[in-house]
Design a protein around this ligand. Structure first.
Ligand code: TRP
Length: 336
């Protein structure tokens, strides 16, 4: 069997939330035991739409690595690295940018959604949409191919980016000769996690997320405000758990009492407040081991620093090798 390499990435713009964890992170923890795994902290990508907020990106790199260590990413198994420390990725991005049309980038559904959100924020004039932002799928293709990643475990929203990467790889190999590996997506069994408000997607900017780093009082407040079946008004009204976010999260985090939660809800034998309180207890129990690990790493910043430094060093070697092959294929290896 061909050697399998996992490459995935995440933008440092804040802490991980449950959507990240169940949509992708949980898979990363599982896959690190089986495959060569690289996890990129995509600070350059984060800067494409946070270029005016370098402090936020800088702070989030550390927050994110601690989140990743806390969910069980083991630095002895997975290589975590910072994108900007590897200039070869930027170099590949420039080469690949010739292989992508502007029209194709504008058609990318993920980019399209993000542009729409930006237009809502900045107005129709398109202010806020930079050349760098429009081109981030090209940079993401460089991330993946630099490590010869052939499996990319991501949430559903990333599929169009992966498709764009595959197109770039095919075009590159067609023009310059077989050089790059065409990656495949590896989806979680729940590739998209709903928000507390019932929105189809949990998202930081949507304000409907529970973050892994949330303090217990914040988790409690968020859960007490979660959306339930709107037709259930009185405590003994019968309700439909399938449209209740509280039930959804009971299920998501694996409440052992799930059957009872469901049947009591349907029979009108369970009030929403009690049901939410039970979820708070379960959720805090679920988050506790993660919070404990976080405490450890927050008290040991030198260890975190070392993990990132060594990971970035190791990753750079791999990317250097690929960049060399790419330049040879493109006949720009002048002094070899
Ligand atoms: N686009 C991803 C996000 O928004 C981050 C990312 C950067 C990524 N490079 C990647 C994901 C490579 C998968 C593979 O979080």
């Amino acid at each position: 069997m061909e050697k399998q390499t996992i490459l995935t990435g995440i933008r440092p713009t804040g802490h991980l939330h449950l959507g990240h964890y169940f949509g992708a992170g949980k898979n990363w923890v599982k896959l690190q035991d089986q495959f060569e795994t690289y996890i990129e902290i995509a600070d350059v990508q984060a800067l494409t739409d946070n270029f005016n907020n370098p402090d936020k990106v800088r702070r989030s790199v550390r927050d994110l690595v601690i989140d990743l260590l806390s969910i069980g990413i083991d630095p002895n198994k997975a290589t975590m690295f910072i994108q900007s420390t590897i200039p070869e990725i930027a170099e590949l991005t420039v080469f690949y940018s010739n292989l992508v049309t502007i029209a194709r980038l504008e058609r990318n559904p993920t980019v399209k959604t993000e542009i729409k959100q930006k237009k809502e924020l900045f107005g129709e004039s398109g202010e806020g949409i930079t050349y760098g932002f429009l081109g981030y799928p090209v940079s993401q293709a460089a991330d993946i191919t630099a490590f010869k990643g052939n499996l990319v475990p991501v949430g559903e929203d990333q599929l169009p980016l992966l498709e764009q990467c595959r197109e770039i790889v095919r075009k590159f190999n067609h023009i310059y000769g077989e050089t790059l590996i065409e990656p495949e997506a590896y989806l979680s069994d729940i590739p998209r996690i709903k928000g507390l408000d019932g929105n189809e997607k949990m998202g930081k900017s949507l304000g409907n997320a529970i973050f892994l780093a949330d303090e217990p009082d914040v988790v409690t407040k968020k859960i007490m405000g979660a959306v339930t079946d709107p037709n259930k008004i009185k405590i003994d009204d019968k309700a439909n758990p399938d449209i209740c976010m509280v039930y959804y999260y009971h299920k998501l985090i694996g409440n052992k009492n799930l059957k009872t939660v469901c049947s009591e809800c349907q029979a009108g034998k369970r009030g929403c407040v009690a049901c939410k309180k039970e979820l708070v207890t379960e959720m805090l129990e679920f988050l506790r081991p993660i919070a404990e690990k976080r405490k450890y790493y927050e008290a040991n910043p030198d260890e975190v620093e070392k993990i990132l430094k060594e990971g970035s060093k190791k990753a750079k070697k791999v990317a250097e090798e690929t960049a060399k092959e790419v330049k040879t294929s493109m006949k720009i290896n002048y002094f070899d």
